[in-house]
Write a protein that binds this ligand. Structure first.
Ligand code: FPP
Length: 214
C-alpha cells in the first residue's frame, strides 16, 4: 500500500489497562493520553496528514460520573497545556461530533484551539468528541433536505462533520474488540481495518509502524 494519508484510531482498553496495572480506570485514561502524544509525533514523522482519534463517544455518557469528569479534565488540560506545542509542530486541530453537550468552558476552549491552529499544515488532528456515526449521517440527510438539495453520495459527503477530509486509509482499533462501535461508518467504507489485541496504553510506535508501513 502507498503510505497512508489518513489514519483513524479507536483507542480502546484504557480502563482495563488501568485496572490491571494501577487499580484505577482513570489512571488508564491518563496513560492513554501518553500514547496519544507518542502516536501524534510518529504520525508527523511519517508525513501522514490526517489522524482521527475517537476520544469520547456518545455512549461514554453512560459511564460513572467521576470517570466522565476525569475524561473531561484530561481533555481540558490537553487543550490548555498543548496549544503552544500544537502550533509549534504545525498541527491543526479539528473536532468532529456534537460538542454542545460539553461544559461551556470546554466548548470555548475547543473553539479557541481550532481557531488558533487553523492555519497549520503539517498534520490535521481530528478529535471525535461526543461523536456517533449514525446520528452524523441522519443529521447530514436532514440538512440536505432542509436545503432542498439532491440526496446522493456527494451531497452526503458534504454535510458530514468530515467534509473536505479524505476518508481514512486505515482504521486501527486496540483493545482486542473487533467492532466499529458507531465510528465513521460512512467514511470507513473502503478502509483497511486492523484489530489489535494490545490495550491502548501499551500500543507502541513499533506496533503503529508495523501497521502504517504495510
Ligand atoms: C476507551 O477505553 C477510551 C476512552 C473512552 C477515552 C480515550 C481517551 C484518551 C486516550 C485520553 C484523552 C485523549 C485526548 C486526546 C485528550 P475504555 O475505557 O473503554 O477501555 P476498556 O474497554 O478497557 O473499558
Amino acid at each position: 500500500m502507498n503510505s497512508p494519508k489518513h489514519v483513524a484510531i479507536i483507542m480502546d482498553g484504557n480502563g482495563r489497562w488501568g485496572i490491571e496495572n494501577k487499580k484505577s480506570r482513570n489512571l488508564g485514561h491518563k496513560a492513554g493520553l501518553k500514547t496519544v502524544e507518542k502516536i501524534i509525533k510518529s504520525t508527523i514523522k511519517n508525513k501522514i496528514k490526517y489522524l482521527t482519534l475517537y476520544a469520547f463517544s456518545t455512549e461514554n455518557w453512560k459511564r460513572p460520573y467521576l470517570e466522565i469528569k476525569f475524561l473531561l479534565n484530561l481533555l481540558e488540560s490537553f487543550l490548555n497545556d498543548k496549544l503552544n506545542e500544537l502550533n509549534k509542530n504545525g498541527i491543526k486541530l479539528k473536532i468532529i461530533g456534537n460538542i454542545k453537550k460539553f461544559p461551556k468552558n470546554i466548548q470555548s476552549n475547543l473553539k479557541n484551539a481550532q481557531k488558533k491552529t487553523n492555519k497549520n499544515k503539517n498534520l490535521q488532528l481530528i478529535l471525535a468528541l461526543n461523536y456517533g456515526s449514525k446520528s452524523e449521517i441522519v443529521n447530514a440527510i436532514k440538512l440536505i433536505k432542509n436545503k432542498k438539495i439532491k440526496i446522493n453520495e456527494k451531497s452526503i459527503d458534504r454535510f458530514l462533520y468530515t467534509k473536505g477530509i479524505p476518508n481514512p486509509d486505515i482504521l486501527i482499533r486496540t483493545g482486542n474488540t473487533n467492532r466499529l462501535s458507531n465510528f465513521l461508518l460512512w467514511q470507513l467504507a473502503y478502509s483497511e481495518i486492523f484489530f489489535e489485541k494490545k490495550l491502548w496504553p501499551e500500543f507502541s510506535i513499533k506496533d503503529y509502524n508495523r501497521i502504517i508501513k504495510i
